[in-house]
Design a binder for this molecule. Structure first.
Ligand SMILES: *[C@@H]1O[C@H](CO)[C@@H](O)[C@H](O)[C@H]1NC(C)=O
Ligand SMILES: *[C@@H]1O[C@H](CO)[C@@H](O)[C@H](O)[C@H]1NC(C)=O
Length: 277
């Protein structure tokens, strides 16, 4: 009897602890969205070059400085959505970064970076994932629209099972939890959302050949409709998977998992999992 009760109560104990934990996690990430930019973000640098005007936040860059903002909250899993309109015209040399990151030398990071280009030439969407301070998982894409003429939705879906980068609901990249084959997955550190607009003309456009044209400054990128929700999708449904394959086939321009120059002695283990690397 005693044994029965103690194991019964310890089971109840574990279950309710789990429930409480799940609930707290849910409350932490459920800072329901479409909330005022001022409530969600701090402009952290740029000496007045970052501004919130009504429902739009703008970052700008000139010869003296770029600018940036960060979320007041930290998140552990969830779905982050924001609409961005990138620097129009001659944006060569500029980089607009939009990413989740924790802090410290063993930080985790989920990156969207938009590399500008000369007028009429395509932007590059650069993505990367860091776990415990280690990145080197770059994939790059071209957008199938002009990202400077209108706002488009860029989302990060982050669950314990997977990370999905979405552009207007189309998944462009999925990084599954592959801990079972020894690939670390970001799931222990809370992350903040950061964004910045800065000059990277040493490398950003055509590998650094095309420099920033300062006569075009200030360069401005705009943001609106920030939204965070808890969302626990464990895998992509088949429609999304088809879209992901479409992007990989038609719009991916770089994949570290096929870069033999960089990995002459074999690719990282996640590259063996189709669609994940
Ligand atoms: C972005 O998301 C919003 C809200 O879900 C939607 O109304 C809008 O049509 C989307 N924009 C694009 C370009 O898909
Ligand atoms: C800029 O345009 C050139 C020419 O179309 C292209 O090769 C390059 O990948 C584009 N993007 C960047 C970031 O250089």
């Amino acid at each position: 009897m005693a044994i029965f009760y103690s194991s019964f109560y310890s089971r109840i104990g574990t279950t309710s602890l789990l429930l409480i934990f799940t609930f707290q996690l849910f409350m932490l990430i459920y800072h329901v969205g479409a909330v005022n930019l001022n409530q969600n973000f701090d402009i952290t640098w740029g000496g007045g070059r970052g501004k919130i005007t009504g429902d739009v936040l703008t970052l700008s860059l000139d010869k003296i400085s770029g600018s940036g903002f960060q979320s007041k909250n930290e998140y552990l899993f969830g779905r982050i959505d924001m609409q961005l309109k990138l620097v129009p015209g001659n944006s060569a040399g500029t980089v607009t970064a939009y990413y989740l990151s924790s802090q410290g030398p063993t930080h985790d990071e989920i990156d969207f970076e938009f590399l500008g280009n000369s007028t009429g030439e395509p932007y590059t969407l650069h993505t990367n994932i860091y776990t415990q301070g280690k990145g080197e998982r770059e994939q790059q894409f071209r957008m199938w629209f002009d990202p400077t003429s209108n706002f488009h939705n860029y989302s990060i879906l982050w669950t314990p099972q997977t990370i999905v980068f979405l552009v207007d609901e189309t998944p462009v990249r999925e990084f599954k939890n592959m801990e079972s084959i020894g690939v670390p997955f970001p799931k222990h550190q809370r992350m903040r959302l950061y964004s910045s607009l800065w000059n990277a003309d040493q490398w950003a456009t055509q590998g650094g050949l095309v420099k920033t044209d300062w006569t075009q400054a200030p360069f401005t990128a705009s943001y609106r409709n920030f939204n965070v929700k808890g969302g626990f999708l464990s895998q992509l449904d088949s429609t999304r998977n088809q879209k992901l394959n479409w992007v990989r086939k038609n719009h991916m321009i770089y994949n570290y998992c096929t870069d033999t120059k960089r990995f002459p002695h074999g690719f990282p283990p996640e590259c063996a999992i189709t669609g994940s690397g």
